[in-house]
Design a protein around this ligand. Structure first.
Ligand SMILES: Nc1nc2c(ncn2[C@@H]2O[C@H](COP(=O)(O)OP(=O)(O)OP(=O)(O)O)[C@@H](O)[C@H]2O)c(=O)[nH]1
Ligand SMILES: [Mg+2]
Length: 621
């Protein structure tokens, strides 16, 4: 006796597979309104209208054929015939959510391409109608090249039609597939998404304005060329704004700290305590806090992009590029978080299944420009780069800032490419995600996000930065040179002597003593570099008025442009952050990988700074 034909229900999570299974077989499989209800296969029996028995399989939902979790693997193995002890299904019912066609058709296209006889169940038609969406199942069938049956699983509507369509395809092999669908499917997720979207559009008779808008925006936002141009333009605008909008509030904060410093100098008697407060605490912490407006503007943009639904689109656009350098698409979100700080970014890599994928992402996360670098970049750019307009509307300072961010990204991709061919060799996995609807960001959410960021930043200023500044101040202030000595106070101090000892190692890449002085305490946190420079100049030049103005004057006097550029390059690449090293140790369970990370990043930083210095000097900057 030949066994009854085997039919499998496949589709995205939460599309209604188990509900359909119950409707078709009369069984009572658990259904629930969240993804991941079914986590293993279930079999049941049903009869077609002509009395033929069929064995029906309910499978766990999946987003794609590249499994990212064990239950998705079950699904993939069953429908490709790779599952031990299971025969290849004679047909599959692809269940799609009619109200979410763009997302669900992506997987449907992959499934149809497998070549098994397919019937598509256009489920949850009731919800689509409620959302003001009218679909054309025949048009969808034409585009997909397989029968499409509208169903409402929970009301048992469309079940008979589904059985009939199934009877039509079972036993007819692939020949029954209509001619129109070419069945070819690509690994390129952006292309796949575009095709799914085009088919969804062709099958849509009418829809609400929100849905129409989403389609219209995505036609540009997800376009492989126009989308990338749009993304670049948005990022660009962001960095222009960081510079232009911050001027007024930053000046106000700076004036506040300057007044405070001057007041302390005017009222307190000259001595160690006055120097500690004015040169250490106020000059150091003030030098960092000035950058609060810029950090908030940056995060304002990031929060808007996240809340509007654009960020996921950016992830889609980047997926192709990420795959090209051997990164998993899932790495996008951790890498994106690393723009705030590498520590949460590295923690977010836990969502990456594959160990090698994950390790690669951890190793390159510090190359994403974290917000602690912003004060360093802004100070140096503001001091050394003139704010000339280029191409009429773009300003040079914003352009340089944008390039520094891009350099981090390009450096990370380059590093991934090399790592993937050497220390973390292996295949990388794909990426599927639901595409959210566009919506206006809610003011409340954005405000809460900004408040949290401000708090994190100020807390750092009040703890790590304050603490390292005080230590540095002490090391810079003692011992005091004997009266009448012509050695400067800084050079005579412990810190000055340490810096003078190691400066020769950095001279080949253009660094001066001030920089080496700043680099060591900056291991605690990158912003400390700015605090350190503030403290050094406050001690070195005690008669100058407090505030950023005199710090900038000192920088211009003591640094050359090639040195300043080399210093910027150092901060693009160098692993100047103890917290990142610590979290890498924790997430990789040992010292091997953090040691490797620190090593390769220092080498990279040294080479990049040196090259910048020499090239800049050679062309006479
Ligand atoms: N309104 C409506 N709700 C439906 C329909 N089909 C399923 N549902 C509901 O959608 C939710 C998900 O259904 P399930 O059958 O559990 O979905 P599933 O595809 O098996 O999900 P996983 O097992 O997680 O992959 C449940 O709350 C169902 O009651 C439908 O046609 N219309
Ligand atoms: Mg289920």
């Amino acid at each position: 006796m030949t066994p009854a034909p085997l039919v499998a229900l496949v589709g995205n999570p939460n599309s209604g597979k188990s509900a359909l299974f119950n409707a078709l077989t009369g069984a009572r499989q658990k259904v629930g309104n969240y993804p991941g209800v079914t986590v293993e296969r279930h079999a049941g029996r049903m009869a077609l209208d002509d009395g033929r028995p069929v064995e029906l399989l309910d499978l766990p939902g999946a987003y794609s054929l590249e499994p990212s979790s064990p239950d998705e693997r079950v699904t993939r193995d069953v429908i490709t015939g790779a599952q031990a002890g299971e025969r290849l299904p004679d047909a599959i019912i692809v269940v799609v959510d009619a109200a979410n066609l763009d997302n669900h058709l992506r997987f449907a296209l992959q499934l149809i391409a497998l070549g098994l006889p397919v019937v598509v169940a256009l489920n949850m038609i009731d919800l689509a109608t409620r959302d003001g969406l009218t679909l054309d199942p025949e048009a969808l069938a034409r585009e997909l090249g397989v029968p499409v049956v509208p169903t409402v699983a929970v009301r048992r509507r469309g079940i008979d039609d589904l059985k009939q369509a199934l009877a039509g395809v079972i036993g007819h092999g692939t020949a029954v597939r209509l001619a129109a669908g070419d069945g070819s499917v690509t690994d390129d997720i952006v292309a796949l998404q575009r095709r799914a979207r085009a088919i969804a559009l062709a099958g849509t008779i009418s829809e609400t304005p929100v849905r129409r808008w989403t389609h219209a925006i995505d036609a540009i936002a997800l376009h492989p060329v126009a989308g990338l141009i749009l993304l670049t333009a948005i990022l660009f605008l962001m960095f222009q704004a960081v510079f232009t909008w911050a001027v007024v509030p930053a000046d106000a904060i700076d004036a506040g700290f300057a007044d405070l410093g001057n007041a302390v100098r005017a009222t307190m008697p000259d001595g160690v305590l006055r120097s500690l407060i004015a040169d250490g605490v106020i000059a150091g912490v003030g030098a960092v806090v000035v950058f609060l407006p810029q950090i908030l503007i940056l995060f304002f943009f990031i929060l808007l992009l996240e809340a509007s639904g654009y960020m996921v689109r950016a992830a889609f656009l980047m997926d192709r590029i990420m795959a090209a350098v051997g990164l998993s698409g899932r790495a996008f979100i951790p890498l994106l978080s690393s723009f705030a700080c590498a520590v949460p970014g590295i923690m977010a890599t836990r969502s990456i299944e594959d160990e090698k994928d994950r390790l690669t992402t951890i190793l390159i996360a510090p190359l994403m420009t974290c917000s602690a670098r912003l004060p360093v970049y802004t100070l140096i750019i503001g001091t050394f780069i003139p704010n000339n307009p280029v191409f009429g509307f773009v300003r040079l300072q914003g352009l340089v800032m944008f390039s520094l961010y891009m350099m981090g990204i390009v450096g990370a991709f380059f590093a991934a490419l090399v790592l993937r061919r050497t220390v973390t060799k292996g295949a990388s996995s794909g990426f599927m995600m639901e595409m959210p609807k566009y919506q206006w960001p809610r003011a409340r959410d954005v405000l809460i996000g900004l408040y949290q960021r401000a708090w994190i930043f100020l807390r750092r200023a009040g703890t790590i930065i304050l603490f390292s500044t005080i230590i540095l101040w002490a090391l810079l202030s003692f011992p005091k040179p004997p009266a009448g000595s012509d050695i400067s106070e800084v050079n005579y101090s412990v810190a000055g002597r340490i810096a003078n000892t190691i400066t020769p190692a950095f001279e080949p890449i253009g660094f001066n003593r001030d920089i080496t002085l700043a680099l060591i305490p900056a291991m605690a946190a990158r912003e400390v570099a700015v605090a350190a420079i503030g403290t050094v100049y406050a001690i070195d030049d005690p008669d100058a008025p407090a505030g950023q103005e005199s710090m900038i004057e000192n920088l211009r006097k003591r640094w050359t442009l090639p040195t300043a550029l080399a210093f910027l390059m150092w901060f693009v690449f160098a692993p100047q952050c103890i917290s990142t090293i610590a979290i890498t140790r924790r997430e990789t369970n040992g010292w091997k990988w953090p040691a490797f990370m620190v090593g390769y990043l220092f080498v990279l930083a040294y080479i990049a700074s040196g090259a910048t210095y020499w090239i800049a000097s050679a062309i006479g900057l």
